[in-house]
Design a protein around this ligand. Structure first.
Ligand SMILES: [Fe+2]
Length: 335
């Protein structure tokens, strides 16, 4: 009898441990909860693994994980921009993941070369321009936006934002530091106003006639087009920057397993799930992004944007050159 009791005691302890420790993950997400909840719900339904979501801005999550150190309960970091993921790896917050599924699903352009992070969606940094004031035949690559013909006409947010830091890093990688700095200097001269607000605000300023060309992420534009902001676009058009030397700048949102993750296997399962066909469709469509898995259908508004030629750079370059990019932006007075 004594043995039977002990047996049940051990068994119930195992069940409790399993429930408490094995069947959950802690997700630190810079992606807003409403964009990720449908996916975590689906994952829980499929696997029984509960997902505890903590959302905050990318930099806040980074600081929190640093602060928590070895005691951190974070399993998965979900964030925008290859630059943010690169920084997390650079601060030794991540662990490398070995996964045949992720290897086969995610192109090497969109992940860390040593599998410390993986892209899950793509966004292009595109131009929106005023059809009445810009000759579309004059539009080329990002480089041409520094030409004197665009003086006082370009709208873009602050260089303190990582989207621009990654774009500048991309320019440095393509053209070298000297040429990239000349470009940035010319671009700043062409600003329609001091950088203010986010990407959406550049589009609003453009529609209000404050400038002629806005440089913004594709999903903001698609998102605005699918809401009551639709009429803003009556006289605006989309252009994917491209010239003989450089294609469109694409960035990612992506995920990584944290170094001190208590639930590593579940964390990997979750990222693999996000790379599955079903999840990729939802992940991209819910925020008007391009799926990282190219076979998946893109959101219908992005289909209307038309095709683009993406640059051949590895997104890992953005983080590597980000501190150079920030210094460059300071030197040319890009606020
Ligand atoms: Fe964004």
């Amino acid at each position: 009898m004594k043995y039977i009791n002990s047996f049940f005691l051990i068994l119930s302890f195992m069940i409790i441990s399993f429930e408490t420790f094995s069947d959950e993950i802690n997700l630190y997400s810079a992606r807003k909860e409403h964009l990720i909840k449908p996916l975590t719900d689906l994952f829980t339904k499929d696997t029984g693994i509960k997902v505890n979501i903590i959302t905050a801005k990318a930099a806040q999550l980074h600081q929190r994980i640093l602060r928590e150190g070895e005691n951190s309960q974070a399993d998965v970091l979900l964030t925008s921009d290859a630059g943010n993921l690169w920084r997390a790896h650079n601060d030794k917050l991540l662990q490398s993941v070995s996964s045949d599924i992720l290897d086969s699903k995610i192109d090497s352009k969109y992940k860390d070369p040593d599998n410390y992070w993986f892209g899950l969606s793509l966004r292009a940094r595109i131009l929106v321009y005023a059809a009445e004031r810009v000759d579309k035949n004059k539009l080329l690559g990002y480089k041409s936006l520094a030409n004197p013909e665009f003086k006082g006409r370009v709208l873009i947010r602050s260089s303190s934002n990582i989207y621009n830091q990654s774009l500048i890093a991309h320019m440095i990688s393509k053209y070298g530091l000297v040429e990239a700095e000349k470009w940035a200097m010319g671009l700043v001269k062409n600003f329609a106003r001091d950088p203010a607000g986010g990407d959406r605000d550049q589009v609003k300023a453009l529609a209000a006639g404050e400038g002629d060309i806005a440089i913004v992420n594709s999903y903001y534009v698609a998102n605005m087009m699918d809401t009551d902001k639709k009429n803003l676009f009556d006289k605006l058009r989309i252009y994917f920057p491209n010239d003989d030397f450089m294609g469109t700048h694409l960035n990612i949102s992506g995920a990584a397993v944290l170094k001190n993750a208590p639930n590593v296997n579940n964390a990997i399962k979750f990222i693999e799930f996000l790379a599955s066909d079903e999840a990729q469709y939802i992940y991209a469509n819910i925020n008007y992004e391009y799926p990282v898995v190219k076979e998946i259908k893109i959101p219908y508004i992005l289909q209307e944007f038309g095709s683009y030629i993406e640059d051949n750079i590895l997104t890992n370059e953005y983080g590597k050159l980000s501190s150079e990019a920030i210094k460059l932006a300071d030197r040319v007075g890009w606020k």
